[in-house]
Design a protein. Sequence first.
Lengths: 278, 278
Amino acid sequence: MVRAAEHRDQKPTTHPPSDNPLTRKLLHFAPLSNSDRQHLDHLAAREERFPANVDIIGEGMVPRSVFLLKEGMAMRYRNMPDGGRQIMTFLIPGDLCDMHVFLLKEMDHSIGTITPVRVAPIPREGIMGLFGSRPRISAALWWSSLQEEAMLRERIVSLGRRDARGRVAYLLCELMWRHAAVGLTDGNVFRLPLTQTELGDTLGLTPVHVNRVLKEFRQRDLISMEHRMMNLLDIEGLKVLAGFNKDYLHLSSTPTEVTRYFDVLEEGQRSDARPTNE
Amino acid sequence: MVRAAEHRDQKPTTHPPSDNPLTRKLLHFAPLSNSDRQHLDHLAAREERFPANVDIIGEGMVPRSVFLLKEGMAMRYRNMPDGGRQIMTFLIPGDLCDMHVFLLKEMDHSIGTITPVRVAPIPREGIMGLFGSRPRISAALWWSSLQEEAMLRERIVSLGRRDARGRVAYLLCELMWRHAAVGLTDGNVFRLPLTQTELGDTLGLTPVHVNRVLKEFRQRDLISMEHRMMNLLDIEGLKVLAGFNKDYLHLSSTPTEVTRYFDVLEEGQRSDARPTNE
DNA sequence: CGCCACGTTGAATTCAGTCAAAGAGCGTGG
DNA sequence: CCACGCTCTTTGACTGAATTCAACGTGGCG
């Protein structure tokens, strides 16, 4: 198992976190060969920058590329005819925006920056090529998109069945875990550059009410905040407020299933992608 | 084009609506060859029945098959620790439950029947085989799952930014269009076997309030109902209440994009799937 | 017939929204 | 260095949409 690694690697790429946040995330889902990783790095090599508070792509436009977010924070949102806004997801480093929608005729929502961001544009062909030739990456991407879908479902639960406290508590936990998955936490602390208006537009609440809930959380020593850093002092307490149980994010799922899956995919593929062990 | 049909088919399968609701739905997304259709029919050949109000699969279980719903109505839902329930999606004939989740370690939600249903269990291998050998079906399935995701997003908007009237109006329109897509409407009338409690659990409202909204809609001649049949008398009026504009369901998208996609997929695949024109 | 689940209606309650104003933080420019 | 303007945060008083509680009606079915 270790045998294979020792010749191919100048630097040990198997265990240390990759500097590519996508790679780092996908490693949660499937072991990737060095060749796979290089391929990902190559895809994400180009880089574009956007300032804060601009649209990367707007509703009605035709996306020509997928974007990999390398640094900063962005959001997927929709403007309502009455002037309101609903934020559907926050995008953090390692997230793709948007894996799927690039197949659609036009965007049914916008993607906008919250902070300044660095993104790697990946052309359609790059993604499609993956599906043909990189079964492990494909499987990991698919897996990752399943997790995204699970998060969408969880947000529906949040908006439909949780009160204001529960929604805020849940969102804080989600963001914490997602940041942890790409190595952007320090203990229970992570950077949260969101305004209360943005939080409200995610949670279906007014900024005023978000403020009141956060105030209560601070008073109850559930959280503390300073300089845009969010500290979850009492995660268990927050979980209780959110009313949930398990690791719905599926971060803990053993890769056995997915392994079996991409082994099937591998059949009849050319085998230039030998996996390292995990 | 009709030529090929006359020998193979007792009944003409090319243009008339298929009796397989999945085929009927997928034809909105991509043209399928006769061979493809036969393959789908073959996959969906087996049949199981469930009575109303039972779980087909419960939270925490490991799904061993995907189910194609052939008749009846089901729902994807989640029970909350406090006894509440959030319904995430209604499943109608032609829907798969669940394309993706069969990859996950365990279900993070349940799928339960609303009416008695007929389902075709499709084993994992059947789906996975599709991805290798049936690029057009794969593309259509993918496309279809994109639409599902779009519906999830729309539901988030609904719960986050619409008031009770808007939510009900939106849900009615969505269900109307989905039924139309599989040929289960008669004008603006379709069968809606949902209780007001179930509607409430979908919309994040109490059954009492659902009742009041429906009453108002009836009085304003927006809808009429009898014998579980829903008649949308004023779709435009409902759209205004829901506050939206376009065909977010992407039903109208020309298949040119998807065509290009599965042409790519087709490369290097064995070519036993000749498409009919469309 | 009579049960039972579902639908309907009213009255009181409450959670979150609205409106309004004041304070805090921060970059810019005089 | 301070003043200015800006956006974001905080707080209070009032309003309102939806919930809760409770009762009664109704339609299907054994």
